[in-house]
Design a protein around this ligand. Structure first.
Ligand code: G1P
Length: 297
């Protein structure tokens, strides 16, 4: 029986250039999605899947991340004095959410390189990787199913989403074969961001992975790929190619609600969608949105 996965790695070293100047002095992971920083959704997702040990791969200018997941004595004391227990609870929640560790990436050599920086912390166990630009709706959680498939197959698991062909060049794309499980496919090949029109399938890797520790040796030896960066997709391709290394790669097909916060337009859409769904904001926001939309005609 495979061991329980206890560690999650969250790469958070990106410069956030798409959001400048907002990200000049603030990490992009701290941009609010409604009223919570994007990164908190991702940590909550790991915790909801039973993973409490979180390693963030950070860089310069990421101090706000550490502060967010730490106590903040002065603020706590002020809220307590005022008797504002609701806000106090919100402030305390993120400090107590998980056991968060940090390591800096150093050179910005790509996602694969960021994941390789987790080696010392993770050791010789399978682990989860969650990318902060992809938010998965908690009502449609996919990580628990990925952990289950990892237990059953002892393999590497990626989350796959069927995308329109014109979007394929934004993602790592997997070629797949069916398995006996309706929502699980066997990954036979992978290409990082194929040129428009050159993708071999519509299955895009969204930012959730359950990786076997063998990935570290592969990443360590990997030549730079797309964009001159060490690509996680290229390392996964090697595992998909040679099933004898670590049991191959399987994809869990995601059909739920997902919000991309990686670029400005998707980020705005994510906020509107999530706020419209919320009990405390939706009732007022939804009719206003309709009125507003009508003025756009
Ligand atoms: C990264 C990965 C890519 C994956 C994507 C999911 O790309 O390299 O394979 O499909 O995340 O969001 P990025 O979006 O960081 O450029």
């Amino acid at each position: 029986m495979a061991s329980q996965i206890t560690k999650a790695v969250i790469p958070a070293a990106g410069l956030g250039t798409r959001f400048l100047p907002a990200t000049k002095a603030m990490p992009k992971e701290m941009l609010p999605v409604v009223d919570k920083p994007a990164i908190q959704y991702v940590v909550e997702e790991a915790v909801a899947a039973g993973i409490h040990d979180v390693l963030m791969i950070t860089g310069r200018n990421k101090g706000a991340l550490e502060n967010h997941f730490d106590r903040v004595g002065e603020l706590e004391a002020t809220l307590e004095r005022k008797g504002d227990m609701v806000r106090l609870q919100k402030v305390n929640y993120s400090s107590e959410l998980a056991d968060v560790h940090y390591v800096r990436q150093g050179d910005p050599l790509g996602l694969g390189h960021a994941v390789l920086r987790a080696r010392m912390h993770v050791g010789n166990e399978p682990f989860a990787v969650l990318l902060g630009d992809d938010l998965i709706d908690e009502r449609d959680a996919i990580l628990p199913r990925m952990l289950e498939v990892e237990q059953q197959r002892g393999a590497t698991i990626v989350a796959l989403l069927e995308v329109e062909p014109e979007l394929a060049s934004l993602y790592g794309i997997a070629t797949v074969e069916p398995t006996d499980d309706e929502d699980v496919v066997c990954v036979t090949g992978m290409v990082e961001k194929p040129a428009p029109g050159e993708q071999l399938s519509n299955y895009a890797i969204i930012g959730r992975y359950v990786l076997q520790p063998e990935i570290f040796d592969i990443l360590d030896r990997l030549e730079p790929g797309k964009g001159g960066e060490i690509q996680l997709t290229d390392a996964l391709e090697k595992l998909a190619e040679d099933r004898s290394i670590a049991g191959g790669v399987y994809g869990v097909v995601f059909r739920g609600r997902r919000y991309d916060t990686g670029d400005r337009l998707s980020y705005i859409k994510a906020i509107v969608q999530l706020a419209a769904d919320r009990d405390d904001l939706g009732n007022e926001l939804r009719p206003w949105l309709k009125e507003f939309a009508a003025t756009l005609e």
